[in-house]
Design a protein around this ligand. Sequence first.
Ligand SMILES: [Zn+2]
Length: 342
Amino acid sequence: MGLFSKSIRKLGPMGGYRFARQICRNQPRILMYHRFSDLPVKGWASPEFFEQQVRYIREHYNPYSLVGLMKYLREHGRMPSHAVVITVDDGYRDFYEHAFPILQRHGVPATLFVTTGFIERRLWLWPDKITWILDQITHIDREFTIGSLTVKVGALDGGLRNQLWKQWIAHALSLPDEDKHEFITALASELGLSFPNEIPKAFAPLNWVELKELQAGGIEIGGHTVTHPSLGRVTEARARDEIFGCRDALNQHVGQRERTFCYPNGQPSDFQHFLPELVREAGFLGAVTAFPDSQGINDPYLMRRHASGDNMFQFHKAVSGFELLGHRVKGDRRLEPGSSAA
Ligand SMILES: [Zn+2]
């Protein structure tokens, strides 16, 4: 009673959030983060805003790692009430620098999904190569065509840069995985660039020692494949290698643990019907998408996530369940039940 009325007082100005929080109390929300920076970058979480969010979650919700949530479900046969999970994708080093100290300070667990080939520095995350290319150039001096994509002459102001980034990422995502890498290599070569051998600092991964330290500090180290392909664009054999290979690398380098999994890119087009079963067979206790809809966490191998970051409005919409309720009211369903074997 005391705690709840205190919450109401604090949430008072936020209208429907209080209502959503009560209605959705048995539907944990899984929040999704990617990058952290103390310089402002659109969509990235600054330490200042992240700390506000973590403190808010600590005061108003029950924070779990995703594997912690799945274990609770296994032990109790139901979800804990008012549960919220913070998840962070990919395994960039900025998590260690900016987010981990904040989570530690507030005693809040989280799940970090890592791409193991990236941790081993065998590859960059491919979207970063596109970002890097665009960072190197100020003009496109001549028109060129790669496959079905034509790149026109232009000066790279913020608008065009952003437009090309979206267009090139979308084009890459539309291709089978090997063609995607060829496309990115061709882009660089058309623009007279060659990628540095070392991953640039801005795109650098954590290492295994740091991951072990994170794990010891209450962070679940979850799976996110070996090379971060869209699993909607690979054969079943390749998907198996990506999922099992990632699990094996994690077990080898940070120790055998129960874990959860995150589908790279995580949009409806990044799925195939056999994936949930493969992920379960590999021993992962659950898996997440990168979009929300009306289904919430109904399917343990296709649990939906809500974007968070620097926008406190979006954070409150996501954490309170307001966004989930909105999707439920509209009946949004972005993946058909047949997509899942779970
Ligand atoms: Zn990712």
